[in-house]
Design a protein around this ligand. Structure first.
Ligand code: GTP
Ligand code: MG
Length: 354
């Protein structure tokens, strides 16, 4: 997975075949009413990340403001199975997304593994088309007289794209090539769909809720999640007494939305760190494996530049000792430098110069 600064939050494109329930999932996660016309361009909506740890710290510090990390979603137009001409254009709307949430139709279709693999083929073909077009253009350019430096860059790009094309021909995505950072940089502007982190969400009907996801689907997408967004939204509209009765009948012990949001967040390679205080308690998203400087950059780009050190307390250490003062006296309050890899739940205070 690519580690890259994504600004303050991640953009997740909700994708899938037409009618798989993308707009229903979008409304369920963001509370925004879907508009089919807007989906053509990618309708935006924001979901706040539920986090009991942030709630606990907010109860302790009683700040003026509590701000959870958010995920940006966009609802997009559905693909038509085997429509190879128009699907790449529809998928073009997704190139700016940092990750893909693939919604599978589990309320009408039973072969979910087949649905996923043919959807992945759509992503595959859309990228292949871009790579093949670019290879053709580069081959033409290289036939013409050009400064040596330019030729060298064109040749390097062409060699890389041919490797990617070979991978596609073997039904492999560029992710399997283990590209170096400089190679990733060359192809970054193509915003390849097959290089984006993805997560599968099965939109299941009432009857599928109680059963496990099929093994052949899990073999293709081990982190796949399932939920019944339409049912959950309908249940929430019922008076509380009736709701419980229906939930008992359906064998539902709770709502899946918060778990799904956390699953998407983590499935997209994100973690949070916290900043705490009397003014504000806040959870900040950042890529897993990122350094304290990357974290500082989430707060403010200047803070990444002027970063000196980070004061860090792990969340569990903090709750065990109960206060910042105790954390200091019990030695769990650490000073970390630029290369420190932030852990999910770290409470950080960035010390900066100037
Ligand atoms: N029975 C049932 N119907 C559902 C479920 N989820 C969605 N639907 C219905 O299926 C239809 C399509 O749902 P949408 O959420 O609009 O699907 P979509 O993927 O956004 O569709 P397009 O934007 O046209 O590609 C709607 O009529 C929904 O009410 C479900 O779990 N069970
Ligand atoms: Mg829709």
């Amino acid at each position: 997975m690519l580690l890259r600064m994504v600004g303050s939050h991640m953009k997740v494109g909700i994708v899938g075949y037409a009618g798989s329930g993308k707009s229903t999932v979008f409304q369920w996660l963001t509370g925004v009413t879907p508009d089919p016309a807007k989906a053509q361009e990618g309708q935006p909506g924001i979901a706040r990340m539920p986090d009991a740890r942030l709630d606990a710290m907010s109860a302790l510090f009683e700040p003026k403001k509590t701000t959870p990390a958010v995920l940006d979603f966009s609802d997009t137009p559905g693909l038509i199975p085997n429509e190879r001409r128009d699907n790449p254009r529809r998928l073009g709307k997704l190139r700016e997304a940092n990750g893909l949430l693939i919604v599978l139709n589990g309320f009408q279709q039973t072969d979910l593994a087949k649905q996923l693999s043919s959807f992945r083929d759509e992503l595959f073909f859309a990228d292949l088309e871009i790579v093949m077009n670019r290879i053709g253009k580069l081959e033409d350019t290289l036939k013409k007289a050009r400064p040596a430096k330019e030729k060298e860059a064109n040749q390097a790009e062409l060699d890389l794209l041919r490797r990617i094309n070979d991978a596609f021909e073997k039904q492999q995505t560029p992710a399997t090539l283990g590209l170096r950072e400089d190679e990733e940089k060359i192809i970054r502007s193509f915003q390849m769909l097959t290089l984006k982190p993805e997560l599968v969400l099965v939109n299941c009907g009432d009857d599928m809720l109680k059963s496990d996801l099929p093994a052949d689907l899990l073999a293709l997408a081990p982190a796949a999640l399932k939920a019944a967004p339409k049912l959950e939204m309908e249940l929430l509209e019922l008076p509380e007494a009736d709701r419980q009765m229906f939930m008992d009948e359906l064998g539902l012990s709770g709502f899946a939305k918060d778990d799904v949001l956390r699953g998407i967040f983590s499935g997209m390679g994100q973690i949070v760190f916290f900043t705490v205080g009397d003014d504000e308690c806040r959870s900040w998203p950042m890529p897993r494996g990122g350094t304290a400087v990357v974290g500082a950059g989430q707060i403010h780009t200047d803070l990444a530049r002027t970063f000196v050190r980070a004061e860090v307390v792990g969340y569990n250490d903090f709750t065990r000792v109960g206060s910042m003062k105790e954390a200091k006296s019990q030695g769990v309050y650490r000073l970390e430098g630029k290369t420190y890899i932030v852990q999910d739940g770290d409470i950080m205070h960035i010390l900066a110069s100037g």
